[in-house]
Structure formats: C-alpha cells, structure tokens
Design a protein around this ligand. Structure first.
Ligand code: FPP
Length: 255
C-alpha cells in the first residue's frame, strides 16, 4: 500500500466513531464456496483468513473487544465431516496466528462450552488463552459451542443455586449479579456490544449474545464472510457513526 493511500485510510478512520465492543456473526462461508464450485469447508478455510484480517483491522481501529461467533450450539447439526473441519480451525488458526496476536498485544478469550469440544481443539484454545493472557490491547473473544439462551439459563441456575444454599435472596437478584454470571461477566462494562455485524444478507441474531445485544446497533451486509475486507469494515463503521444511540432516553438536542 502506498504511503498516501495509507495516510488517507488513517484519516478516514480517525473521523469515525469506533465501537468499544464489536460483535460479528460470520456468515456465508458455505455459499461463498458453492459460488466457486468448491466444497463448503473451503469457505470456512477462507473465512479463517478473514478472521485474521478483521482482527488486525479492529485492533488498529481501537476496538476494545471483538467477539466472533465461530461455532454455535446448533452447528452440531451439520454433517460430521463439516463439524470435524470446523473443530480443526481453531487449531490451525492459533498455531499460525499467535505470534501476530502477540505482536499486536491482542488477548484471546472464549465464551461457550469449550470443554465439550475435541481434546486437541480444547488444548489449542487453552494454549492461545494462556499465551496471550498478559496482553493489554484488544480482547479477541471467540464464541465456541456458544448459545445465548443456554447462557441465560446457566446464569439463572447459578443464581438459583445461591438462593438454595441461602447465600442470596430472590429479591437480591439484580442486573449486576445476573450479568456477572453470564459468559461475558469478565468483560464488566464492555460486555454489551455497541455494534453487531452479520454478513451474507441474513437478518437475525441466531442466538448470539441474546441478553447483551439489547441495545446493540445492528448492521447487516450482503457481503459473504470470506469476501469481507477493509472497505466493508469501514462501511460498517461509517453506518455506525451515523446511528443515534439513545438507550431509551432522548437525544440531548431534543431535551
Ligand atoms: C457460517 O457460514 C460460518 C460458520 C458456521 C463458521 C464460522 C467459522 C469461521 C469463519 C472460521 C472460524 C475461525 C476460527 C479461528 C475459529 P455458513 O457455513 O453458515 O455459510 P452458509 O450460510 O453460506 O452455508
């Protein structure tokens, strides 16, 4: 990239509002592959490269948390060979990409039932989380074997257990202790995505961050995930910059 093009891109980014927490539903890998007459898994492989690129773009833009929906609790319904390929992706990804994550000060975290994944996937994920644990830059938060409804039920169970053992009364259940028991509890005030992107033209949240997306701005694009690049990232931020976030209140100029 030329010096001047780089400068121009930097100055455009500088005029944009940057979401503190960006969440992405990475959809369209299968359709991308079918369009190229390739097997579906080729789309997932290309999608993994997009993960690398978007991680760098988000980190450079100043995003503080990037949550990516990599495998849902419903994805087990796919053909066994596709599931097995998807399970190998984190292994390949972290084997190749941890040095870059270190260089960019990115910390890896996860949400979901990781321990039920195949042993080598669990090992690769734990290793990446441990190796990057001291990094202080962007948090790259992978949802793996994650479902929003299951997450809410599990928080309810944890609080109910405290009520049953007498350490909490039902009246003491509030937003704060409920949120602390969600998979995003460790993110504190950054738990709720400011912007949620879904690629490939589908317009639904598919059980991703169901509780946390209450006030998220939603951005849908027809671009398939393997094709999602810098210009598409910038277009999403431009749309977000124009949104008027009121959180149920009034815009200051209307008061
Ligand atoms: C949706 O496309 C995508 C997935 C279910 C998997 C997403 C995973 C990646 C992009 C790679 C993850 C990388 C790491 C490092 C874990 P789809 O198969 O539903 O596409 P379709 O709707 O066109 O069939």
């Amino acid at each position: 990239m030329s010096f001047f093009r780089k400068k121009r891109e930097q100055s455009t980014l500088a005029s944009l509002k940057i979401p503190k927490h960006l969440a992405i539903i990475m959809d369209g890998n299968g359709r991308w592959a079918q369009k190229q007459m390739m097997p579906r898994v080729a789309g997932h492989k290309r999608g993994m490269n997009t993960v690398k690129e978007v991680t760098k773009l988000a980190s450079d833009a100043g995003v503080q948390v990037l949550s990516l929906y990599a495998f849902s609790t419903e994805n087990w319904r796919r053909p066994a060979d596709e599931v097995s390929f998807l399970m190998k992706l984190p292994v390949t990804f972290f084997d190749n990409f941890v040095p870059d994550l270190m260089a960019n000060n990115v910390r890896v975290t996860t949400m979901g039932d990781i321990e039920s994944l195949p042993a080598n996937t669990v090992e690769a994920v734990h290793k990446a989380v441990e190796e990057t644990a001291a990094n202080t830059g962007m948090i790259l938060n992978f949802a793996l074997n994650y479902g929003g409804q299951a997450e809410i039920i599990s928080a309810a169970q944890a609080l109910a257990a405290q009520v049953a053992d007498g350490t909490l009364s039902p009246q003491e259940i509030d937003k704060s202790n409920f949120e602390a028991n969600l998979a995003t509890g460790f993110l504190g005030e950054l738990a709720q995505p400011d912007l949620m992107i879904r690629t490939s033209g589908e317009e639904r949240l598919s059980n991703f961050l169901t509780y946390q997306s209450a006030y998220s701005e939603l951005y849908f694009t027809d671009v398939l995930w393997p094709d999602f690049g810098a210009a598409d990232f910038q277009a999403a931020l431009e749309a977000y910059t124009k949104r008027d976030r009121r959180f149920g209140g009034l815009n200051p100029k209307e008061k």
